[in-house]
Design a protein around this ligand. Structure first.
Ligand code: UTP
Length: 306
């Protein structure tokens, strides 16, 4: 029987160069979608799936993440003094239990596979999950929980997959599918960021994984792959044949928050879902769109030159 999965690894050591200058001194994973940082969405998703231990692989300039998952005495005192008890309680509610968080540092950002390898001693000899915070997923049930549930049946490695437009294949790890029941697909090979013409399917890997501890030995032996980085995809590929690899089609919507347009879209969608923000967001959008299409171009121009 497969072991129960208790641990989640959050690789947050990347440089976030697509978001410069915002990410020069601030971790990409702390960018907020509406009023919650990306990393908190990921931690909440893991906690909702029953994960008990949260392992962050950080890097230089990522201290804000540690502070975020800690008490802030000053802030808590101030909220209490102002009678804002509900906000205070809410702040404390999502803090993981004392000792449930561990941090390790990726000394150089050598790629996602290398970041996962850095968690080796904290994970130990048990299967574990990996969540990439910049893949923000909106779904009724936690996506990582679906992977964990499949893993209990199939064992091996499990990844989340979604259909993409063929032209976008060069932005993703792409699956060569074996048996496919429309929801779960057996993966017979993986290709990292192929040219669209060489892509074996239109199924792309999304940033949620259940991994066997043997992955570490494979990661350790890897040379830099695509983009000069140590790729998790390459280690997964090496394990095919040794252990099964399955993809679970994503239910819900995934936002690529490592990309500016994906991040903007996430903010709009999440604001439109919030009762307290929906009307105002919609109004601002309608006004902006009307402005962009030229209907109020003159007043805007006047304002701009006033
Ligand atoms: P990305 O591929 O988006 O890379 O990483 P990046 O460096 O963060 O961003 P860009 O491409 O320069 O804009 C996906 C996830 O893997 C982590 C990132 O922090 C992010 O959560 N990562 C990436 C690491 O932890 N270490 C690395 O060396 C690379």
């Amino acid at each position: 029987m497969e072991r129960r999965i208790r641990k989640a690894v959050f690789p947050v050591g990347g440089l976030g160069t697509r978001f410069l200058p915002a990410t020069k001194a601030m971790p990409k994973e702390m960018l907020p979608v509406v009023d919650k940082p990306l990393i908190q969405y990921a931690v909440e998703e893991a906690a909702a799936a029953g994960i008990e231990e949260f392992i962050f692989v950080t890097g230089r300039g990522k201290q804000a993440i540690e502070d975020h998952f800690d008490h802030s005495e000053e802030l808590e005192r101030a909220l209490l003094a102002r009678g804002r008890v509900r906000e205070l309680e809410a702040l404390k509610r999502w803090l993981p239990a004392p000792g449930a968080i561990a941090y390790t540092r990726q000394q150089e950002p050598l790629g996602l596979g290398h970041a996962v390898l850095c968690a080796r001693h904290l994970v130990g000899e048990e299967p574990f999950t990996v969540l990439l915070a910049d893949d923000l997923i909106l779904s009724r049930t936690p996506t990582i929980g679906e992977l964990v549930a499949l893993h209990a049946k199939t064992g091996g490695n499990v990844v989340s997959v979604m259909e993409i437009a063929p032209a976008q294949a060069s932005r993703y790890g792409i699956v060569a599918p074996g048996e496919d029941d429309g929801r779960v697909v057996e993966v017979s090979a993986l290709v990292e960021k192929p040219d669209p013409a060489d892509a074996p399917s239109n199924l792309a890997v999304v940033g949620r994984y259940v991994l066997q501890p043997e992955i570490f030995a494979h990661l350790e032996g890897l040379r830099a792959g695509h983009g000069g980085e140590i790729q998790l995809t390459d280690a997964l590929t090496k394990m095919i044949g040794e252990r099964p690899l399955h993809g679970v089609r994503l239910e819900g919507q995934r936002f690529d928050c490592g990309d500016r347009i994906g991040f903007l879209k996430a903010n709009l969608c999440f604001a439109l879902m919030r009762e307290d923000l929906r009307e105002e967001t919609r109004r601002i959008l309608e006004e902006s769109l009307a402005g962009a299409s030229g209907t109020d171009a003159k007043p805007s121009a006047k304002r701009a030159t006033a």
